[in-house]
Ligand binder design. Sequence first.
Ligand code: KIV
Ligand code: NA
Length: 278
Amino acid sequence: KHPLNIVKMKKMKQEGNALSMVTAYDYPTAQLAEEAGVDMILVGDSLGNVVLGYDSTLPVTIEDMVYHTRSVVRGAGNTFVVADMPFMTYHGSIDETLRNVRKLMQEGHAHAVKMEGGREICSAVETITGAGVPVLGHIGLTPQSVNQIGGYRIQGKDEKDAQRLLEDAKALEQAGAFGIVLELVTEQVAEYITSQLSIPTIGIGAGRGVDGQVLVFHDIFQYASPYRNKKFVKNFGDAGTLIREGFVQYVKEVKERSFPDESHVFTAEDQVVENLYG
Ligand code: KIV
Ligand code: NA
């Protein structure tokens, strides 16, 4: 399989080929996503919620992102990997912003970075793309601003808000972003924005008129996701139930001493296993 790149993504938009993106935070998940043929993997700062157990994305650090991005890239094969810039790592001096981008690219081995925000981050987007780093924009509901927005609200509900989102999207394209994530935006507004851009839009809770879709791994597979019954999510499996029931069975068998049985035990004839954890 040939690796995807930002030129091909633009072409996919023109040809009407949908882009599939999913989050991953570790090596095995990246491997499974790669084997399934997803177009892009996002190491999202949703890491904070679904893997680290925080109640928002705000506590996630650049070191957290580097650590998880490295493990994802090791499993991702040729798949294009985008890493989130965490809260407050791209709003200070441009020097500090570039130091953080460098960490994700050079230490995390990401292929691109994602940043939340519209016109207010465009000068940073211009500098980063000028350094050869692809930037994925992210507008609509931007979880890093949850305290300013006042909750996880649907975006683009009135004319003024729709106009603001459109202007932000155009500004990001102008600044060099290769695509834009639209999060929790009404279907009508997301479709209109998509029609006004030459770069792909990737929706999450943004309806059917966008160029691609992204979902959080833990949501797709009901894997102990802290947010249940989200309208925009479709479950494609139930890992939560699978693992919970498996654990119950394991505990039971250990307690009643039915595991291990004869097939799991060593005798003097057995050799040492080659890789204990492989
Ligand atoms: O952090 C994340 O997972 C994201 C997606 C929801 C777009 O930003
Ligand atoms: Na994110």
